[in-house]
Design a binder for this molecule. Structure first.
Ligand code: ATP
Ligand code: MG
Length: 415
């Protein structure tokens, strides 16, 4: 992609109403556009990141047997009344709307009810189990506070998976597998070293659940981590009974602020019973399907990466999620430099290296470097009069101080 053609531009100014680092850097870089509090559009660079995260999650969900679908945003209130989740007292984040004939509808904030309803058409016997269904979908939640940029949206992208098993044993097996798959996701997006599986409350569902929490000072949650074992507990369930069951001691725990980047729940019959999702077992008995749910905030994960992997100059994207692997900078405008930069751009593209080519004219080297630091591609490659004198290009990783001049052949070996 030629940067001269990219319709977005970087900005020096921080929007006055944005207080979070993720919103500040993503807006200045032209990754996102704020429509209103908690509601953001994704622009070309931002969408590339979001899609890369989505694809990593897709690969990991497929690897544990997930089947992808796409459910509707519009929700039938009648279905949610059956599980007692239509009233605003029970679910306090609903956005509700109406048809012209006054029929009430909701905008999906989660999808247990519709997915259970769909599966009623396909699950009859133990032979139809287990089944793992997931989607990437825009969720709508009327959150009270939405000041943390894309960490807490009123409209945001979530991956939600639902498991359908014959019993608790089969469920637990998948539940443990999902933990490993989730940790693979966090590792691949560059957060593995500071993300923990955390024992948490079940909220409106079961007694306990597990959250995936990324440690950072801007997190809204408080977790207690035993650094020797890596076992962690959310503040909301920190009590002697829980500590004993996990085999950890209060005096060994360190308090951390953290962002919840995912969670997994055991539901059992919570939805299958009221919605009549049953199956016949080997003995011919009719039983409710044993369910679980597994969420990852895709857009929140993107915001978390920016919060954690950035410095005072801008973002430092990990390779697997960066919009482009290489930011190629043309410095200087004499014909030799232009020609060489064009050639390097073509060679990189031929070799399937994703490259953003800063071919813009009328800009100083300092301005281009500042933009490259703000946008945060993993590798910065410079073609300039100086690099040409040394018969090469200058390559520098985003998190390195100094680059080095290498030949184009050597450059390609890096990718
Ligand atoms: P929180 O406690 O942060 O409100 P939650 O418990 O309501 O999260 P779930 O309903 O289980 O979250 O949603 C699954 C995942 O979706 C969460 O782990 C989180 O990563 C993400 N998520 C939840 N709410 C939002 C939001 N408003 N904006 C962005 N991501 C969100
Ligand atoms: Mg919530």
């Amino acid at each position: 992609m030629r940067q001269s053609k990219l319709f977005t531009k970087t900005r020096k100014e921080v929007p006055a109403d944005e207080v979070s680092k993720n919103a500040e850097l993503l807006t200045r870089g032209g990754f996102i556009h704020k429509e209103m509090a908690g509601v953001y559009s994704f622009l070309p660079l931002g969408l590339r990141v979001l899609k890369k995260i989505e694809n990593i999650v897709r690969e990991e969900m497929n690897a544990i047997g997930g089947q992808e679908i796409s459910m509707t945003a519009l929700q039938d209130s009648e279905l949610w009344k059956k599980t007692d989740r239509w009233s605003d007292e029970k679910v306090d984040v609903w956005f509700k709307t109406k048809l012209k004939n006054d029929t009430e509808l909701g905008l999906g904030c989660t999808h247990e009810e519709p997915v259970t309803n769909i599966m009623k058409n396909f699950i009859n016997s133990y032979r139809d189990l287990p089944s793992y269904i997931y989607q990437f979908q825009t969720k709508f939640r009327n959150e009270l506070r939405a000041k943390a940029g894309i960490l807490r949206g009123r409209e945001f992208l979530m991956k939600d998976m639902y498991s359908f098993c014959k019993d608790e044993i089969e469920h637990n097996e998948f539940y443990e597998k999902s933990k490993v798959a989730y940790m693979n996701v966090y590792k691949r997006v560059g957060l593995g070293h500071i993300t923990y599986v955390v024992f948490a409350s079940g909220g409106m569902f079961s007694k306990y659940s597990h959250e995936f929490q990324t440690i950072t000072s801007v997190g809204e949650d408080l977790i207690y981590l035993d650094e020797n074992t890596g076992i962690a507990v959310n503040k909301e369930v920190l009590n002697d009974e829980v500590l004993a069951s996990l085999g950890i001691k209060r005096e060994n725990l360190v308090e951390h602020k953290a962002i919840e980047v995912g969670n997994i729940f055991t539901y059992g019959k919570r939805y299958s019973e009221p919605l009549n999702l049953n199956f016949n077992n080997e003995k011919g008995e009719t039983l409710p399907v044993f369910m679980g749910a597994y969420g990852i905030g895709i857009s929140r994960l993107m915001g978390t990466i920016v919060e954690v992997l950035s410095d005072d100059k801008g973002i430092i994207w990990p390779e697997e999620v960066a919009p482009f692997k290489v930011h190629l900078l043309m410095l200087g405008e004499d014909e030799e430099v232009k020609k060489r930069a064009d050639e390097v751009y073509e060679i990189l593209q031929k070799n399937k290296v994703e490259v953003l080519f800063d071919d813009r004219t009328g800009m100083s080297a300092g301005e281009k470097f500042a933009d490259a630091d703000l946008l945060g591609m993993p590798y910065r490659v410079v073609v300039s009069g100086r690099s040409m004198k040394e018969n090469g290009v200058e390559v520098k990783k985003r998190n390195e101080e100094k680059g080095q001049v290498v030949s184009v052949d050597e450059l390609l070996k890096l990718f």
